[in-house]
Ligand binder design. Structure first.
Ligand SMILES: [Zn+2]
Length: 143
């Protein structure tokens, strides 16, 4: 079970509005996770954030659907004991109209209490109106 209330809770991805207030899940990643067919994430950062939220909410089907077919694994194991703590977007760059990179740090804690930082530079590609996660390079572990 997730502690996040999808109707009123802040979005797991931590996005804030112009006044630095947390944006609610329903107005942030929920738009994409809960209406995949009709509401594609409009840019690579939004897709990256929604995929983080999908990890938090254990929505494996969304992770697979937003993974580019050329790189998509057959299945995803969402580790039930992992607690995702926060996401920090470090940089985002649009390389061409249909290619973008997002660098992020995601913090998680395993069921045994071990804290981990996942630092990745992810590549995204757009096909039609939809962005897809292509693949990512793990960055050197942070000190
Ligand atoms: Zn979000």
């Amino acid at each position: 079970m997730s502690a996040i209330d999808p109707t009123t809770g802040p979005c797991p991805c931590g996005r804030t509005d112009r006044r630095d207030k947390p944006i609610g899940y329903a107005l942030c990643c929920g738009r994409y996770l809960d209406d995949f067919e009709n509401t594609p994430a409009p840019d690579a950062e939004s897709l990256m954030r929604s995929r983080y939220s999908a990890f938090v909410l254990q929505r494996a089907e969304y992770l697979l659907a937003t993974w580019h077919a050329s790189k998509r694994p057959a299945s995803i194991d969402v580790e039930p004991g992992v607690k995702w703590l926060r996401l920090d977007i470090r940089s985002r760059s649009v390389l061409e109209a249909d290619h973008a990179e997002v660098e992020f740090v995601a913090r998680q804690r395993s069921s045994t209490g071990t804290a981990t930082r996942l630092h990745e530079r992810s590549r995204f590609v757009r096909e039609g109106e939809r962005w897809y996660y292509l693949e990512g390079d793990l960055q050197q572990p942070l000190a």
